[in-house]
Design a protein around this ligand. Structure first.
Ligand code: NDP
Length: 253
């Protein structure tokens, strides 16, 4: 087992499926104790067992991060259990597509709550612990990786509210990077293109057809491809910060 993250503690949000699940497995293999945050407790428990069976350390923390108190309690429970926090991967997200004209405003609110507010709550709760870890052995550096999207770089019709959340994540990430980087908390954004996960499955009708057509016609990324990128970002030497990583399927123009 590689020991790049030995002695560190990482939180991965959205660890019950897709990119978050693959990232938790990867960071555990790098030696981090990994806290798994999402709502589906059974999936988190199964993943924690898988990590422990492979010789790693994991803690399942069932929480809805759109609830500020639950997000804060989730971070606190990790620090209570492991005594520190070195890495936060803000990965949990929701992509509900459709026209702005006649939009389902409830869907907008659900998406903003996860992609924006949840990320803010987790970041706010984690920062004091990350700043402390950045002053401490074994690495004297700490990390936040925010999972944005190609939709944080490029806007398309029918992606309006999702574009809003991901462009927002990019702006927030760079602002926070400038604020804390000299205190050795590295803050970076990773923007995936298409990845084979459950993300699109929450859509319906024409939007689900659009996603299915894309998936059928493109050799998309696997979740572990994004986990590779996240592992790269958080295992750089202390003096090197990856502020942005854009990971695309070769097959996606
Ligand atoms: P998945 O749908 O597989 O994963 C989303 C995760 O977010 C799930 O684990 C889900 O867990 C969690 N989640 C959703 N709502 C909440 C909530 N309220 N509280 C806590 N956790 C929550 O999709 P991906 O793995 O693809 O998505 C991960 C990230 O990658 C997202 O931010 C997405 O926008 C981004 N991304 C994905 C791309 C793709 O093509 N797949 C492309 C570009 C970016 P649970 O339901 O158990 O709470």
């Amino acid at each position: 087992m590689n020991s790049n993250l030995t002695g560190t503690v990482a939180i991965v949000t959205g660890a019950s499926s897709g990119i978050g699940e693959a990232t938790a497995l990867r960071l555990a293999a790098e030696g981090a104790s990994v806290a798994l945050v999402a709502r589906r407790a059974e999936r988190l428990e199964a993943l924690a067992a898988q990590i422990e069976e492979a010789g790693g350390t994991a803690l399942a923390v069932a929480a809805d991060i759109t609830d500020r108190a639950r997000a804060e309690a989730a971070v606190q429970s990790v620090v209570d259990r492991f005594g520190r926090l070195d890495v936060l991967v803000n990965n949990a997200g929701l992509m509900l597509l459709g026209p702005v004209v006649g939009a389902d405003v409830d869907e907008w609110e659900r998406m903003l709550a996860v992609n924006v507010q949840g990320l803010l709550y987790m970041t706010n709760a984690a920062l004091p612990h990350l700043l402390k870890a950045a002053d401490d052995d074994p690495r004297r550096v700490a990390d936040i990786v925010n999972i944005s999207s190609i939709a944080g770089r490029v806007a398309w019709a029918n992606y309006g509210a999702y574009n809003l959340t991901k462009f927002g994540v990019n702006g927030f990430t760079e602002s926070l990077r400038q604020e804390v980087t000299k205190r050795h908390v590295r803050v970076g954004v990773l923007e995936p293109g298409g990845v084979a996960t459950e993300l699109g499955s929450h859509n319906s009708g024409a939007m689900l057809d659009h996603i299915d057509d894309f998936l059928a016609s493109t050799e998309v990324l696997e979740a572990r491809d994004i986990a590779d990128g996240i592992a790269y970002m958080v295992t750089r030497p202390r003096h090197a910060s990856i502020a942005e990583l854009w990971v695309m399927p070769t097959d996606q123009a």
